[in-house]
Design a protein around this ligand. Structure first.
Ligand code: ADP
Length: 517
């Protein structure tokens, strides 16, 4: 029984009222998280660029410090106005790790370039011939009057210098700014890589992760070389990305759970409301179904008692009516009791090897007077050597009675009923076919649900409580079988009980009790 339009609207509104805010909140959560992640990423990229610049400058300072350390003697000699040969000796003495000390006189300094490091001019020039690949790198030398007399310095291999000083630069030369990536400690989650002009890596600190790379070119004697800074897998950015992925999954799953819970909750609510509606319909239906035969029986009995019948034929009609209504009443009461027992799990089946042919014959025979009275043509077709089935004969009879009753109730002009039984694989199929009103495909599954009566104009004229097919289905299932339905509206229906055949050797003829629910 479908719910009223208003109830459905209210349920849809409640659903939307729960789901929409949940989805909006989830979307806001995702947006906020993405913004935070974006800002962390921007900061990280800025920090990396800053660090790359710092590395470049730190190398320049490193070079300057080496030059200063080595040049002191030459500076002193220049101040003492010693001849050039002695200047060369002084330079050679301070060579340190550099090669080929060199003095360039003032008049030869044209074409040399200057790099200012910490306000200190640093002279440099690429080598040629024997010094090709090296860079002259030196400081100005002044005489005792403070006049620049030239530059003293060394030929330096930038590749060797850069790769040899990676650690010193990272450890000592980077500024210790706690708010930025300062010092060796704070860059431990970053990867720094030095690349030569030909693209080869000449030194690196830690392996890079997958983040964006910030590159900074070297200047002066290191021109052509680059420093690249990127995140390692352990950097804050990498953690942020992981956090973002987890958070997104979390929000997504939460959203899904909320939507699913709402949908399932509402569907459950709808089902419960429908059931409540069906149950209340059932109660009034049953009340009516019980009252009508009782009233008819009372009327017939009173009429007979008061001798108000005019002739023998009328008397028989009243007696027949009493019999018919009593049968109807007992059928309904049987159904209700059986249903209640099955629902409570208290229906006890007495399983034994049942001769189905005999059960069918007996049931049809007992029903025959009603069928005859209503003008039905009944046929019974039972296959030869029908195997026995393992089941409860009373319950199977009850199923057949329900099917016959329905076949009779839901037939119109064509009053034909065929009851047939034949073996099928290791089962036995018992069918009741009528030429009645039939059932639409959409209703074919619903008719087996308890209390369900199909809403056609006709059904209201036909008596019933919506219990019969649900009982048949439950009983057959308890036997390990199934009910099949083939029906075409307007042409008729075939209900088939498929029951398992008895295993001759297994259970023997011993009855067994089993509870059905
Ligand atoms: P009831 O007959 O008391 O209404 P049932 O559970 O026996 O309850 O049947 C459920 C519904 O299935 C019926 O209301 C009817 O609409 C439909 N139905 C059952 N048997 C037939 C049949 N043989 N032909 C057409 N419709 C049927």
């Amino acid at each position: 029984m479908p719910l009223s339009r208003l109830s459905r609207r209210i349920i849809v509104l409640v659903g939307l009222g729960v789901m929409l805010p949940a989805l909006v909140l989830a979307a806001l959560g995702i947006q906020l998280t993405m913004r935070i992640a974006q800002s962390v990423e921007n900061d990280a990229v800025r920090y990396n660029r800053y660090l790359a610049q710092q590395v470049v400058e730190a190398y320049e300072r490193e070079l300057l410090s080496h030059l200063r350390r080595s040049i002191t003697m030459a500076e002193n000699a220049a101040r003492d106005n010693v001849p050039r040969a002695q200047l060369m000796q002084a330079l050679a003495a301070g060579t340190g790790e550099f090669v080929a000390p060199h003095f360039v006189a003032l008049d030869q300094l044209d074409g040399y370039s200057l790099l200012i490091v910490e306000s200190q001019p640093l002279l440099y020039s690429p080598g040629e011939g024997a010094t090709k690949g090296l860079f002259f790198t030196g400081l100005l030398l002044r005489d005792s009057e403070g006049q620049v007399m030239g530059a003293g310095g060394w030929w330096v291999n930038p590749r060797t210098f850069l790769s040899a000083h990676v650690d010193d630069v990272m450890r000592e030369r980077l500024p210790s700014n706690p708010r930025m990536y300062g010092g060796y400690e704070s860059i431990r989650r970053l990867s720094v890589k030095l690349t030569a002009p030909d693209g080869t890596v000449i030194g690196h600190v830690r392996e890079p992760g997958s983040g964006e790379v910030s590159r900074e070119p070297f200047a002066g004697p290191f021109e052509g070389y680059t420093v690249a800074v990127t995140e390692t897998g352990n950097a804050p950015l990498a953690w942020t990305r992981r956090f973002l992925a987890i958070e997104m999954t979390f929000i997504g799953v939460m959203g899904l759970v909320i939507v699913a819970a709402t949908v399932f909750g509402l569907r459950y609510l709808i089902r419960q409301l429908e059931l409540a509606q069906i149950k209340s319909g059932f109660v009034s239906n049953v009340t009516h179904e019980l009252k009508t035969p009782i009233a008819l029986i009372r009327l017939a009995v009173e009429t007979l008692e008061l001798g108000r019948v005019r002739n023998e034929q009328e008397r028989e009609q009243f007696i027949h009516a009493i019999g018919r209504e009593t049968l109807r009443l007992s059928h309904l009461v049987d159904n209700i009791l059986d249903f209640a027992r099955l629902e409570a799990g208290q229906r006890v089946f007495r399983f034994e090897n049942v001769d189905l042919a005999a059960v069918i014959q007996d049931t049809v025979e007992s029903f025959q007077p009603r069928l005859d009275h209503q003008g039905f043509k009944t046929e019974v077709e039972i296959a030869d050597a029908l195997p026995r089935v393992r089941g409860d004969a009373t319950a199977i009879t009850h199923c057949l009675l329900n099917l016959l009753d329905n076949a009779m109730k839901y037939s119109r002009e064509r009053r034909e009923i065929l009851v047939s039984a034949k073996p099928r694989d290791r089962m036995v199929a018992v069918s009741v076919t009528d030429r009645g009103i039939g059932i639409t495909p959409a209703d074919q599954r619903r008719v087996f649900e308890k209390f369900v009566r199909v809403e056609t104009g006709l059904v209201h004229d036909i008596k019933g409580a919506g219990l019969g097919l649900s009982l048949v289905d439950q009983i057959v299932r308890a036997h390990g079988g199934r009910v099949e339905l083939y029906s075409t509206p307007g042409e008729g229906s075939t209900f088939t009980l498929v029951l398992p055949a008895a295993e001759p050797a297994a259970a023997g003829d011993e009855p067994q009790e089993r509870t059905g629910s």
